[in-house]
Ligand binder design. Structure first.
Ligand SMILES: Cc1cc2nc3c(=O)[nH]c(=O)nc-3n(C[C@H](O)[C@H](O)[C@H](O)COP(=O)(O)OP(=O)(O)OC[C@H]3O[C@@H](n4cnc5c(N)ncnc54)[C@H](O)[C@@H]3O)c2cc1C
Length: 425
């Protein structure tokens, strides 16, 4: 009889197992892969983006999918506690752009090794290559789990840490949603997020801009009422199917929301190639350049602002030949070009599928979860943590933070239930 059985040895399950064991529980961690933390190893380009060094409020803002649910959990264990957790266990961390924290070794393996050492130190029992097929319960009382081998293992509390449905080769194939449903939980619709977007625009289909990357642009999602609903200032890239890169990934959940509201319409994205200029400022600069250097070719001038391929694309849109001298252009040509550089719009019609997304949106309905403990409000002694919950954040350590925080809280509170008198077994 274990006090706490954790299903899933990924990001959240690893933290849950240490937390439960630290709080004096007898813990079993079950993982269907041969190795623990397979997805965690892939994050941050294989360097493991353990968390983010921003104030907690900011971290929550970077979790656009129900981040506010985490306030109560953050008051017990937050991103700074994650950093001290690793530092306390001998992992030096360093900060990179956008507050992203990494082990100083630049190796995910360092993080996984730390968990493996702690698992040994705290006496957590680990079963790998073991797939849970059923959670056993009787009239809302948790009894234990059954493995695909048919083996039954008794447990007082169970934590479901099986992740979402993204990149299933890492083991996250969505088993937890089935268990949760069987226990009476609601699953909000799942959708791909932090995912490249697809487009039917002729310039995408014809691969005109394929491979072109833009740095520090501002990309906005525009709704049906022509209102900007979100803007992200980061890099992006045009691909053979649409657009990708950090700014696009961050916009993707907002595009998905629009598409689910208006499934018959494409969604408009607005690209501002020069967020530090206003449109009138840029127009004035072009007019001034014309005065100073009337013989200069428009292509040469625009190349100072944006990559040549985009210059040629925009000039073609305006039916201006690339070698046209500035003196041959008029104010409205400059206004139109400045407008394109600042406010060009194009449409997207969807994204790559859930299996190819970095993160799964939707999941266990949060109304059914106690935010202080991560315990189910439907089945006592049943806990959830990580991406299976209806929480999704931006890449940059925010999902991992949510997984570690909810894992820590679930482990702690599940362990604290161990002393409850357990009469019927
Ligand atoms: C390539 C990639 C890069 C990413 N980069 C970032 C990043 O930079 N920043 C960021 O914040 N997020 C990033 N993420 C997202 C982040 O990794 C996840 O949100 C996080 O790992 C989720 O943790 P989890 O514990 O919920 O699920 P997982 O880490 O997926 O763990 C779930 C585990 O449960 C196991 N399991 C499932 N079903 C069963 C079963 N029936 N029996 C036994 N075991 C089972 C699985 O094998 C798996 O090991 C990235 C994701 C990917 C795919």
């Amino acid at each position: 009889m274990y006090d706490v059985i954790i299903i899933g040895g990924g990001t959240s399950g690893l933290m849950a197992s240490i937390s439960a064991a630290k709080h004096n529980a007898k813990v079993l961690l079950i993982e269907k892969n041969a190795e623990l933390g397979k997805k965690l190893l892939l994050t941050g380009g294989g360097r493991c983006n353990v968390t983010n060094n921003r104030p907690s409020d900011e971290v929550i803002k970077h979790i656009p999918g129900n981040g506010k649910f985490l306030y109560s959990a953050f008051s017990q264990f937050d991103n700074y506690n994650i950093m001290s957790f690793f530092q306390h266990h001998g992992v030096a961390l360093k900060e990179e752009d956008h507050g992203r924290m990494f082990p100083i070794t630049d190796r995910s393996q360092t993080i996984r090794d730390t968990f493996i050492d702690l698992i040994k130190r705290y006496g957590v029992t680990v079963k790998t290559k073991a797939t849970v097929t059923q959670i056993e319960h009787e009239q809302n009382k948790i009894l234990g789990i059954t493995l695909s081998s048919g083996e039954f293992i008794a447990g007082k509390s169970i934590i479901i840490a099986t992740g979402g449905k993204s990149i299933p080769r890492t083991g996250s194939t969505g088993d937890g949603y089935i268990f949760a449903k069987q226990m009476g939980h609601t699953i909000t619709p799942l959708f791909p997020t932090e995912v490249p977007l697809t487009s039917n625009e002729p310039f995408i289909q014809e691969k005109t801009l394929q491979g072109l990357s833009l740095r520090e642009i501002a990309l906005s999602v525009v709704n049906q009422k022509k209102k900007v609903i979100i803007t992200h200032r980061m890099d992006m890239i045009f691909t053979h199917f649409g657009v990708s890169g950090p700014a696009v990934l961050r916009c993707s959940s907002f595009v998905h929301k629009e598409l689910s509201k208006y499934p018959m319409s494409d969604v408009t994205l607005k690209l501002d190639c020069l967020p530090d200029y206003s449109t009138p400022q840029l127009t004035q600069q072009l007019i001034q350049t014309q005065k100073n250097d009337p013989q200069k070719e428009i292509k040469t001038v625009l190349k100072q602002y944006i990559p040549e391929r985009l210059v040629l694309f925009f000039l073609k849109k305006q039916a201006i030949l690339p070698n046209t001298a500035l003196k041959q252009l008029n104010i409205s040509d400059f206004e139109n070009l400045a407008y394109l550089l600042k406010e060009w719009t194009f449409t997207v019609n969807g994204s790559l599928p859930l299996e190819k997304s970095f993160v799964t949106g939707g999941g266990i309905h949060l109304k059914e979860i106690n935010p202080k403990t991560m315990e189910s409000k439907i089945v006592p002694h049943l806990f959830f943590c990580g991406e299976i919950l209806d929480i999704h954040g931006y890449t940059g350590g925010y999902n991992i933070t949510a997984a570690f925080v909810t894992g820590y809280i679930a482990g702690k509170h599940a362990a604290q239930l161990k002393s409850e008198i357990y009469t019927s077994l």
